[in-house]
Design a protein around this ligand. Structure first.
Ligand code: SIN
Length: 521
């Protein structure tokens, strides 16, 4: 594949600004990385829309942390068991061993984790965790609480410039060295020249019809990396959360019913009211997510239903209201009283385990380029992420990336960079991009979802290739059109990785391969 760009940027004449580090994405990964950088560095944090328009803000479950030494081996074991033993072991060790420090850092910054009556951290269960080790804030509002602290800290840091409503278009590089980011801001191209750049652009949920991800998550950071020929990894591993709130309306983003609800003891029942998980896994509702999502999907098919039920009626109203305030009120708004009614739930795309391949310091394959958070692939999650490991991954590897950047900026001489020259051919644009977006979401949902089949994946590739041929090097008329193009680029990489995968494992469940499936857990 050749190096590609979205447009013919005039590098010499467009507006530009210089930084030491430009961070694309203002979720927990991006903000925390910015805060871990020295106050002497000039840092820009870019947000595609408003500051709180990100998945981090929605995170309910919490943060998995080994805050006792004797839990570390068990946390490692649970992580690789959920990940089907294809995780990067070194990265998992780093995650677990540095998790306590990350919690202490958050506490220092002002995050107040929930505590029990003895004044110790309240620790919850989620799927495939051997012991309760998930910390949370304000019950099911963990992400919101952490984001508020980080945003506040970043706004008060004189070296950090937060720029909302800016769209990152392309990585700018010179002989495989990242020199900055081309952006679209206030209706014009603006070049952000930078010694180091960090992609923290989050997930890819909008590639699917059913997702818990916010509408901005169209895989832009990963698409930029694809165009710049940056190495990707594990693109076939996409996690479907078993329990998104079912709604008749086709919504851009579905409301999540946290796994912590099952962690507290809620059970799954099919349309006929029968508890079914025992047919699939001895860990029942707390089996790894890929197993629970597949079981639900199977039950939905067998009972010809668009949902199954989550039954939390064994709990008192007050307990549910306090422990899951957000879920309680969202369900109430939908006419469901969770202390007496079953909650209709369905699996939905939730988390991307693959992404931009990075090492233990968040370094991507291009010099001076980093990736952190969901768009990065550290290898921690393997083929299926252990619940609530992702916020911890963002913190631990965000801090490591920041430390590496600190060392690097001292020796980079900004003047060495030359402006790159781009010469794409621009074609006329008569395409209906809204239709293309809708088609892609259905295509990915039907063919690259919870259960995959070789022939379906191949026909999806054909469709995506045909569209890409038409829209590559087109004159894009809006950011929305660029997003759709990005979605197709990322979809192609997912499809190719799935076709090239040699085995059906974890979240990459290929039915036709199942006889060769390596059952490792
Ligand atoms: C949840 O609360 O179930 C989501 C947490 C996560 O995805 O790790």
């Amino acid at each position: 594949m050749e190096r590609r760009y979205l447009a013919n940027y005039n590098m010499n004449s467009c507006e530009s600004k210089s930084f030491d580090a430009v961070i694309i994405g203002a979720g927990i990964a991006g903000l925390y990385t910015a805060l871990m950088l020295s106050k002497n560095l000039r840092v820009a944090v870019l947000s595609k829309k408003d500051l709180y328009d990100c998945d981090s803000y929605l995170a309910q479950g919490g943060i998995a942390a080994s805050i006792q030494n004797d839990d570390r081996q068990l946390h490692i074991k649970d992580t690789i068991n959920a990940g089907c033993y294809v995780n990067d072991l070194e990265a998992v060790n780093v995650l677990v061993n540095e998790s306590e420090k990350a919690i202490n850092d958050l506490v220092r910054l002002g995050v107040e984790f929930d505590k029990n009556s003895q004044g110790n951290f309240y620790r919850s269960f989620e799927g495939n965790h051997s012991i309760p080790r998930i910390l949370h804030v304000n019950g099911d509002s963990t992400g919101k609480a952490i984001m508020e602290v980080l945003v506040n800290q970043a706004k008060n840091a004189s070296n950090i410039e937060i720029i909302p409503n800016i769209f990152a278009l392309d990585i700018v590089d010179n002989k495989n060295k990242c020199c900055g980011i081309m952006t679209f801001y206030k209706n014009k191209f603006v070049y952000l020249k930078s010694k180091c750049c960090v992609i923290a652009s989050g997930g890819i949920g909008q590639l699917f019809s059913k997702t818990t991800n916010v509408d901005v998550l169209t895989g832009d950071g990963i698409a930029m990396a694809i165009r710049a020929k940056v190495t990707l990894e594990d693109m076939e591993y996409i996690q479907f959360h078993p329990t998104a709130l079912y709604s008749k309306n086709n919504e851009e983003k579905m409301f999540l019913i946290s796994e912590a609800v099952r962690g507290e003891g809620a059970v799954l029942k099919n349309k006929c009211g029968n508890r079914f998980m025992k047919e699939y896994d001895s860990r029942m509702e707390l089996a790894p997510r890929d197993i629970v999502a597949r079981a639900i999907s199977d039950q939905m098919q067998k009972t010809d239903s668009k949902y199954v039920y989550l039954d939390a009626t064994m709990y008192e109203k007050n307990f549910l209201k306090n422990r899951f305030n957000k879920i309680y009120s969202e369900c109430e708004d939908n006419g469901i009283e969770i202390y007496k009614d079953y909650i209709p739930v369905t699996p939905a795309e939730h988390y991307f385990m693959g992404g931009i391949k990075v090492d233990l310091f968040g370094r991507a394959s291009m010099e001076n380029l980093y990736a952190v958070g969901e768009c990065a692939c550290t290898g921690v999650h393997g083929a299926n992420r252990l619940a609530s490991n992702s916020l911890m991954e963002a913190l631990v590897f965000g801090k490591r990336a920041a430390e590496d950047i600190l060392n690097k900026v001292k020796v980079i001489d900004e003047d060495n960079f030359e402006d790159s020259v781009f010469i794409p051919q621009c074609k006329e644009n008569h395409m209906d991009f809204s239709k293309l977006k809708e088609n892609l979401k259905i295509l990915m949902e039907n063919n690259l979802g919870i259960v995959r089949k070789i022939d379906n994946i191949k026909s999806a590739l054909k469709v995506v290739d045909e569209v890409l041929l038409k829209i590559q090097y087109i004159n894009f008329k809006s950011i929305e059109q660029v997003e759709v193009y990005n979605m197709y680029e990322v979809a192609r990489s997912i499809i190719m990785a799935t076709l090239e995968s040699k085995t059906s494992i974890g979240s990459n469940y290929i039915e036709d391969y199942s006889k060769d499936n390596v059952v490792l857990r």
